[in-house]
Design a protein around this ligand. Structure first.
Ligand code: FES
Length: 118
C-alpha cells in the first residue's frame, strides 16, 4: 500500500491510497479515479501534458524506477532531463523527479506528486 499525496498550486492537496504491485494503475489512472485534475491528452507517453514532479514525503530517499523510452524522449524534449541525466539515472538506478503521470506506476512507497506545473 502506498500513500500518494497530489499537490497543485490550484487545488487543495489530496492524499489517496494506491495498491502497489498491481502493475497496471498509473498515477494518471489513480488521479482520474480520485477526481484529481491532472491534465492529459494522449495517455500514451507522447504529448507531455501529464508532466508531474515526484518527491519523497520523508527524507528516506525514493525507490528506483525505470523511465519508459517514450518518457525519456518527452522529458528530454521538455527540457526537464538532459541526455546525461537520463544516462545517470539508468546507470545508478535512481528515480527521476520528473515523470509523466500516464507512464508512472507507483511502487510501495509514499510519495508527493506535484501537478499543474508549467
Ligand atoms: S497524457 Fe500524453 S504523455 Fe501522458
Amino acid at each position: 500500500m502506498a500513500l500518494i499525496t497530489f499537490s497543485s498550486p490550484e487545488y487543495k492537496d489530496k492524499t489517496v491510497y494506491a495498491v502497489a504491485g498491481s502493475h497496471t494503475e498509473t498515477i494518471l489512472k489513480i488521479a482520474k479515479t480520485n477526481k484529481i485534475q491532472i491534465k492529459f491528452d494522449c495517455e500514451d507517453g507522447e504529448c507531455g501534458s501529464c508532466l508531474i514532479r515526484v518527491k519523497s514525503v520523508d527524507d528516506k530517499g525514493r525507490m528506483g524506477y525505470h523511465l519508459t523510452d517514450k518518457e525519456k524522449e518527452v522529458l528530454r524534449q521538455l527540457g526537464k532531463l538532459s541526455s546525461e541525466d537520463i544516462e545517470k539515472l539508468s546507470v545508478d538506478d535512481l528515480p527521476s523527479e520528473w515523470r509523466l503521470a500516464c507512464q508512472m506506476i507507483p511502487r510501495d512507497e509514499d510519495i508527493l506528486v506535484e501537478y499543474g506545473l508549467e
